[in-house]
Design a protein. Structure first.
Length: 565
C-alpha cells in the first residue's frame, strides 16, 4: 500500500518504454534516423489480379520492371487512329507544386512541394510521389470493363507547362487514341496556391455500339517507411479508406499482403488515401457517387488502394464526363477540412482526436497572434497548466503532506521491518491520523495524462512545425535539436522535479524513481525540438507550482537525492 501513486506512474512509464522498444523492433531495418531503408522492390514477374482488382490493367514502371497492377493486356490501337507522340515526361509547375506526368496513361509520377524542404536539406523541395529505383509512389487512372484506355495507354499531351504571373489556372490535357471504340480525354486543372488537382475524364464513344466503361482511380506505393523517419515517432504509413459508415480506416501493408485488411468495400461517399508523416495523397469522387473501394498487393513490396465507379452507358457518337479530385500535399488541417468531409483525418491523432483537434485549434490561434510556433507551444502549455491549476494543486498538496510524514514512515518501517503485517497496519493508522490519501496525488495527474498525450500527437503530426524556427539554434521544430541543448535541459528539469518529490520509503522504489525518468529522458534526444520544448515548459511550470505550494504548506522544498549504495 505504501505509495501506490508512484507505482501507477512507473507502470505508465514502463509500458511506454515497452511500446517504444516494440516499435523500434518493428521498424528495424528501414531507413529511419539510424537504420538504412531497403530499396523498393524490382520484381519482374507479373502478379495475378485479385477479385477486388476488377481487372485493372498491367502497368510497368519505366526502367525498373515493377508491375503496378494486374489484368488483361492492352488492345492495339485501331488502324485509323492518330499515332501517339513518343513517350515523355511532362514537367509542369505552379507556385506551390512541381509535377511530372507520364504520357503513358497521363499518370502523375512525381510531385515536389516548393514550400516544404527535405529534412536533410531544406533548400531542396520535398518529394512525395516519385518513380525511381529507390521509391515507387504514383497516382493513376483509367477505364475498365472492356479493352479501353488505361494508365498504360499512350496519350498525346497538350497544354502549357508553367503557371504564369497573373494566371490562376494551368490546364493539361492527355488524350488517348481510339481504344476499343472509346477515346479517353484526361484533363488536369491546377489552381494557384492549391494542392488539389481537378481531374476530368471525358469518354467519347467513337464506335458503333454502346459501351459501359468503368473508371478506376488508384494510388500505388511501395511499403517502405519515409526516408529519414525516426523509429521513435510511431507514425502511420500506408493506405486508408474513409466512408460515412465506418469513418477513417487505416490499412496496414502487412494486412493487405495477407488479405486481412478490413474496410468498407461499397459506398457512395468518402475517399481513398496514402498517408505518411506530415503528407498525404487522396482520390476524391463526387458525393453520392457509387464506388467500390479496393486495396491489394500488386507486386513484391508494392501496394495499391483505389476506387472503381461506373460511367454508365455511353451511346455511339456520345460522350460522358466524370470529374474527380486528386489531393497531393501537406496535412494542413484547415485546408483538408475545406476539401472534403473527413479528409482532415489523414492527419492521424488516433483515439485522442476528440482532444487533439481543439488543442490544434488553440495552438493555431496562438500562432496567429505570436507568429512563432515555438512561442505558441510555450503559450499553449502555459494555458493548459493554468486550466489544470487546481487539479495540480491538489496533487502537490497531497505530495507535500506525504513529504511531511515521510520521516515517521521511514522510522516505522525500520522499527517494524521484521513484521510486515503490523507495518502495513501502522502505516494505514498514520495515514488516517494525518488525513493523507496515498492516491490523492495520483488521480489529478491521471486526469491530465490524455490531454498531454493528445498535445504530443498534435505537435508530432503538425506539418506546420516542419522547417519552422523558434530561436537561435532551433531553426526546425520538427527536427531534433542539433546541439542537444534542449534534451539536456529536459533531463535536468526531470531530475529536479524528481528530487522535489517525497522519496518512497521502499529503497527499490526510490531507485526506480530515478532510473525511469532518466531512461525516459534519453528518448528526447531523438525527438523533434518542438516536442522537447513542450515537455520542458511543462516541467518548469510544474516545478514552480510545486515549490509555491510546498512553501505555503510549511513544507520547505527539499531535494531528495538518490542513494544507490
Amino acid at each position: 500500500m505504501n505509495d501506490i501513486r508512484r507505482t501507477f506512474l512507473w507502470v505508465i512509464f514502463g509500458f511506454s518504454m515497452v511500446l517504444l522498444w516494440d516499435q523500434w523492433q518493428v521498424y528495424n531495418g528501414h531507413k529511419a534516423t539510424f537504420f538504412p531503408a531497403p530499396t523498393a522492390a524490382t520484381a519482374e514477374k507479373p502478379i495475378a489480379a485479385s477479385s477486388a482488382s476488377k481487372d485493372v490493367p498491367v502497368a510497368t514502371v519505366p526502367n525498373s520492371g515493377v508491375n503496378l497492377a494486374a489484368g488483361p493486356s492492352q488492345v492495339p490501337v485501331s488502324a485509323n487512329a492518330p499515332v501517339a507522340t513518343p513517350r515523355e515526361r511532362v514537367e509542369v509547375a505552379t507556385d506551390v507544386l512541381k509535377l511530372s506526368f507520364d504520357t503513358e496513361g497521363g499518370s502523375l509520377v512525381r510531385s515536389e512541394f516548393l514550400k516544404f524542404g527535405e529534412l536533410a536539406d531544406s533548400q531542396k523541395p520535398f518529394v512525395l510521389l516519385d518513380e525511381s529505383k529507390a521509391r515507387v509512389y504514383l497516382a493513376q487512372t483509367g477505364l475498365i470493363g472492356g479493352p479501353f484506355a488505361s494508365h498504360k495507354t499512350p496519350m498525346n499531351f497538350t497544354g502549357e507547362r508553367e503557371l504564369k504571373a497573373g494566371q490562376n489556372e494551368l490546364i493539361l490535357t492527355f488524350e488517348s487514341a481510339d481504344t476499343g471504340g472509346l477515346k479517353l480525354v484526361k484533363t488536369y486543372t491546377l489552381t494557384r496556391g492549391s494542392y488539389a488537382l481537378k481531374v476530368s475524364h471525358k469518354v467519347v464513344n467513337t464506335g458503333s455500339v454502346a459501351a459501359n466503361p468503368q473508371l478506376y482511380v488508384q494510388l500505388v506505393r511501395d511499403g517502405n517507411k519515409p526516408e529519414g523517419e525516426s523509429s521513435f515517432y510511431m507514425t502511420f504509413t500506408g493506405p486508408a479508406v474513409y466512408t460515412d459508415a465506418k469513418k477513417f480506416q487505416k490499412l496496414e501493408f502487412s494486412d493487405i499482403e495477407k488479405s486481412k485488411a478490413e474496410f468498407e468495400k461499397t459506398t457512395q461517399q468518402g475517399y481513398v488515401a496514402m498517408v505518411q508523416h506530415y503528407f498525404a495523397s487522396a482520390w476524391l469522387l463526387p458525393e453520392n457517387t457509387s464506388r467500390e473501394n479496393f486495396a491489394r498487393k500488386v507486386d513484391t513490396n508494392l501496394y495499391a488502394v483505389g476506387m472503381i465507379t461506373p460511367f454508365n452507358e455511353v451511346a455511339p457518337g456520345q460522350s460522358k464526363t466524370m470529374d474527380v479530385t486528386l489531393f497531393v500535399g501537406p496535412q494542413e488541417e484547415k485546408m483538408l477540412e475545406a476539401l472534403a468531409p473527413g479528409l482532415e483525418l489523414v492527419k492521424d491523432y488516433g483515439w485522442l482526436t476528440v482532444l487533439a483537434k481543439p488543442l490544434y485549434w488553440l495552438l493555431d490561434r496562438l500562432f496567429s497572434f505570436l507568429q512563432n510556433w515555438g512561442w505558441a507551444i510555450v503559450a499553449l502549455v502555459f494555458l493548459l497548466k493554468l486550466a489544470f491549476y487546481w487539479l495540480n494543486a491538489k496533487a502537490y498538496s497531497s505530495m507535500a503532506k506525504m513529504k511531511a510524514i515521510n520521516p515517521r514512515i521511514m522510522e516505522m518501517r525500520e522499527r517494524l521491518k521484521d513484521n510486515p503485517q503490523q507495518m502495513q497496519q501502522e502505516m494505514m493508522r498514520i495515514y488516517r491520523e494525518e488525513k493523507v490519501n496515498p492516491m490523492g496525488g495520483c488521480f489529478p495527474i491521471m486526469v491530465q495524462i490524455p490531454v498531454f498525450i493528445a498535445l504530443y500527437w498534435v505537435l508530432l503530426s503538425s506539418v506546420e512545425m516542419r522547417n519552422a524556427p523558434w530561436i537561435a539554434w532551433i531553426q526546425d521544430l520538427s527536427a531534433p535539436d542539433p546541439y542537444f541543448i534542449l534534451p539536456v535541459v529536459m533531463t535536468l528539469s526531470t531530475m529536479l522535479q524528481t528530487a522535489l518529490n517525497p522519496a518512497p520509503p521502499d529503497p527499490m522504489q526510490a531507485k526506480l524513481m530515478w532510473f525511469m525518468p532518466l531512461i525516459f529522458s534519453v528518448m528526447f534526444f531523438f525527438f523533434p525540438a518542438g516536442l522537447v520544448l513542450y515537455w520542458i515548459t511543462n516541467n518548469i511550470l510544474s516545478i514552480a507550482q510545486q515549490w509555491v505550494i510546498n512553501t505555503r504548506m510549511g513544507v520547505p522544498p527539499q531535494f531528495n537525492l538518490p542513494k544507490f549504495n
